[in-house]
Design a protein. Structure first.
Length: 391
C-alpha cells in the first residue's frame, strides 16, 4: 500500500458488502472483518464512537501485500537466526494486522515509539527492513534516522519508550502543533507485560494530566515471555485507561481494518487536542517470544491452533476472494514479490561487514568526551597487545 492517506480520499470506494453487527458477540471489541473474511460495515462503541473504513480495491490489495511481505521478511529473519547469522530475533508472527493496521493509520507527521517487535510498523514507515537485522546481528545500532522516518529506535527496556513518547507528545503541545487537521500526534507501542511496569503507569499519569497528543498502543499478545495475561491484570487492559482519565478501546488485533480504524480515530483525536487514549489490540504471539524461547514449555498446542483459525492474513485473503477484489494472479504475484524480497534481505545480511571493535566508541556522544577518548585509547592498546599472537 502506498504511503499517504488511505481510507481518506475520494476515489471510488467499495462499500462494505453488508452490515453484520456484533459478529463477535462482544460489543466492546471493535471488529470490521471476521475471521471468515466477512465485512462488518461499522462498529459503534458503547461511548458512541463509530468505527468504519472506506478503502478502494487497490488499497485493500495494498494492505494484503503489506501483511504478506512483513510475515515473509520476519520468517526469513527467524531462519537467519537459526542458521547463526543473527544473535537473536523477536518475531511478529500473528501480530501483522495490529502492526500494519496501526502503521498505515499514522500520518506522515506522526511520531512512533516502538518496542523490539515492531518490524511491521517499521516497514509501514518506509524504513528498509534490513535495518533491524543489523541490530540483531550485532554489527550496528539500528541505523535509521528516527527524525527522518518519524520512527524512534527499538527499545528493549520494557515500557521505557512510553515515557519517551509522553515527553515527545508534551513537546508537540508546547510547540503549538496540535489543534488542526495537519497537527501532530505520537504513538507508543508496548506489550501486555509492559502494563505492569512503573514506567508505563507513570506515562499514563503524565500523558493524562498534560493532555498529551499520544496514543498508547498495547499489543496484548497474551504473553510476556512465559507469563500469561492473568499474571498481569484482573481487568481487561483497555479498562485501565478509565482510572487514568482517558478513553480506552479494545480492537481485534488480528483484523487489519479495525486496527486501522481505531488507530486513525485515536491519532486524529490526539492531533485535534483531545488528549491521549489507550488501544488494546487483542492478538496472539503465534511464535516464540524470541528465538531464545521455547513456548511449548508453557502453553498448549490447542491454544495455538485456536488462534491459527483467527489468522490475520487468511481473513483478508478470504475477503478479497469473496468480493472478487483480487484473483489468483494477484496472490501469486504478491507471493513472488515476498520471495524475491526475502532472498534480497538474506543476501544483504550475509554481506554485512563486521565492524572494527573500536567503533563501539563512536556515536556515544555527538561530540565525544575526554573520558571516552581515554577508554578508546586504552582499548586500542589492549587490542594491539594481541597482534602477532595466536589469540
Ligand atoms: C525493564 C525490563 N525488565 C525485564 C526485561 C526482560 N524482558 C524482555 S521481553 C519481556 C516481556 C515483555 O512482554 P510484553 O510486554 O507482553 O511484550 P511482548 O514481548 O509480548 O511483545 C521481559 C520481561 C526487559 N527487557 N526490560
Ligand atoms: Mg506480550
Amino acid at each position: 500500500m502506498a504511503k499517504g492517506d488511505p481510507g481518506g480520499t475520494t476515489r471510488s470506494r467499495r462499500a462494505a458488502p453488508r452490515s453484520k453487527k456484533g459478529a463477535t458477540g462482544d460489543p466492546e471489541l471493535v471488529q470490521l472483518l471476521t475471521p471468515d473474511g466477512e465485512r462488518i460495515e461499522s462498529h459503534t462503541s458503547p461511548d458512541g464512537t463509530e468505527y468504519r473504513v472506506d478503502f478502494t480495491d487497490e488499497e485493500y490489495r495494498g494492505l494484503y501485500r503489506d501483511l504478506v511481505l512483513v510475515r515473509k521478511l520476519d520468517a526469513e529473519a527467524t531462519a537467519l537466526q537459526r542458521q547463526g547469522e543473527l544473535g537473536l530475533w523477536a518475531s511478529l508472527l500473528g501480530q501483522e494486522a495490529a502492526q500494519v493496521g496501526s502503521g498505515r493509520a499514522l500520518r506522515t507527521q506522526d511520531m512512533a515509539f516502538p518496542t523490539y517487535r515492531e518490524h511491521g510498523v517499521l516497514y509501514c514507515r518506509g524504513i528498509d527492513p534490513i535495518m533491524p537485522l543489523g541490530l540483531f546481528r550485532g554489527v550496528d545500532q539500528g541505523g535509521w534516522d528516527p527524525n527522518e522516518f518519524k520512527f524512534n529506535m527499538y527499545t528493549i527496556v520494557i515500557g521505557a519508550q512510553t515515557l519517551h513518547a509522553t515527553g515527545y507528545a508534551m513537546g508537540i503541545t508546547m510547540d503549538g502543533k496540535t489543534g488542526t487537521d495537519d497537527g501532530e500526534a505520537a504513538i507508543a507501542y508496548f506489550g501486555d507485560g509492559a502494563t505492569s511496569q512503573g514506567d508505563v503507569n507513570e506515562a499514563f499519569v503524565w500523558a493524562s494530566v498534560f493532555n498529551a497528543p499520544l496514543v498508547f498502543f498495547c499489543q496484548n499478545n497474551q504473553y510476556a515471555i512465559s507469563e500469561p495475561l492473568e499474571r498481569q491484570t484482573r481487568v481487561p487492559l483497555y479498562q485501565r485507561a478509565a482510572g487514568f482519565g482517558f478513553p480506552g478501546v479494545r480492537v481485534d488485533g488480528n483484523d487489519v481494518l479495525a486496527s486501522y480504524a481505531v488507530t486513525r480515530t485515536a491519532l486524529d483525536n490526539a492531533r485535534h487536542g483531545q488528549g491521549p487514549s489507550l488501544i488494546e489490540a487483542y492478538t496472539y504471539r503465534m511464535g516464540a517470544h524470541t528465538t531464545s524461547d521455547d513456548p511449548t514449555r508453557y502453553r498448549i498446542a490447542s491454544e495455538v491452533e485456536a488462534w491459527q483459525a483467527k489468522d490475520p492474513i487468511t481473513r483478508v485473503k478470504a475477503f478479497l476472494e469473496k468480493q472478487q477484489i483480487a484473483d489468483a494472479d494477484f496472490f501469486a504475484e504478491v507471493d513472488e514479490q515476498a520471495r524475491r524480497e526475502s532472498v534480497h534481505l538474506r543476501e544483504r545480511v550475509l554481506d554485512m561487514p563486521n565492524p572494527e571493535p573500536v567503533t563501539m566508541f563512536d556515536h556515544v556522544y555527538p561530540n565525544g568526551s575526554p573520558l571516552l577518548d581515554e577508554q578508546r585509547a586504552q582499548f586500542t592498546r589492549y587490542m594491539e597487545s594481541f597482534e602477532g599472537s595466536a589469540h
